[in-house]
Write a protein that binds this ligand. Structure first.
Ligand SMILES: CSCCC(=O)/C(O)=C/O
Ligand SMILES: [Fe+2]
Ligand code: NI
Length: 187
């Protein structure tokens, strides 16, 4: 189940609010300019699927999103708990960073945790299959896939070079909850 927890930036152990239905999550995030929608994960894709297979299965959705906002590039992250580079890949997104473009991600399988730092609030969002999240450019954030990653996400970019991050140097991400390890999941 998708879930949002909101914290004060100085109190990482005590959520101020928790939401676990999609409409309530979307409403809270909408207040701070973050897009959160449910899209139908219409094609059965399992983590580990190739980028080509995912793009072929979701071509219509990808084309719709690309036309809507003029995205220039698309790629797919598809990870399983036995991926040999899982620790390095996890580390890549774990520190607070920003992008000079919106971060638009569609989870076609599995789950991952985005944490956004907006003003003095922290928005910790567990995204699940079917969730589309759009984080405005310049928003401080980090992403955790857990020690046992299990997800497939489509990423859309307006920058032709794909993923470019600017790390803030703030160690705040170390103080907030990580995504717990995931149990083995059915295919
Ligand atoms: C869920 S896609 C991988 C994470 C990513 O692209 C990013 O920018 C995290 O902040
Ligand atoms: Fe990011
Ligand atoms: Ni759900």
């Amino acid at each position: 189940m998708s879930r949002l927890r909101i914290f004060d930036e100085t109190r990482p152990h005590t959520p101020l609010a928790t939401r676990d239905d999609h409409a309530a999550i979307a409403a809270e995030l909408g207040k701070v300019g973050v897009r959160f929608e449910q899209w139908e994960a219409s094609q059965p894709i399992v983590p580990g699927a190739s980028q080509e297979a995912v793009i072929a299965a979701y071509r219509k959705d990808i084309e719709r999103l690309m036309e809507e906002k003029g995205y220039q590039a698309v790629d797919v992250i598809s990870l399983t708990p036995d991926h040999p580079d899982r620790a390095t890949l996890r580390q890549k997104f774990l520190s607070e960073h920003t992008h000079s473009e919106d971060e638009v991600r569609f989870f076609v399988a599995g789950s991952g945790q985005f944490t956004l730092h907006i003003g003095d609030r922290i928005y910790d969002i567990l995204c699940e299959q079917g969730d589309l999240i759009g984080v405005p450019d310049g928003t401080r954030h980090w992403f955790d896939m857990s020690e046992t990653p299990y997800f497939v996400a489509i990423r859309l970019f307006t920058n032709k070079d794909g993923w470019v991050a600017r790390f803030t140097g703030d160690d705040i991400a170390q103080r907030f909850p990580r995504m717990p390890s995931q149990q083995a999941r059915p295919d």
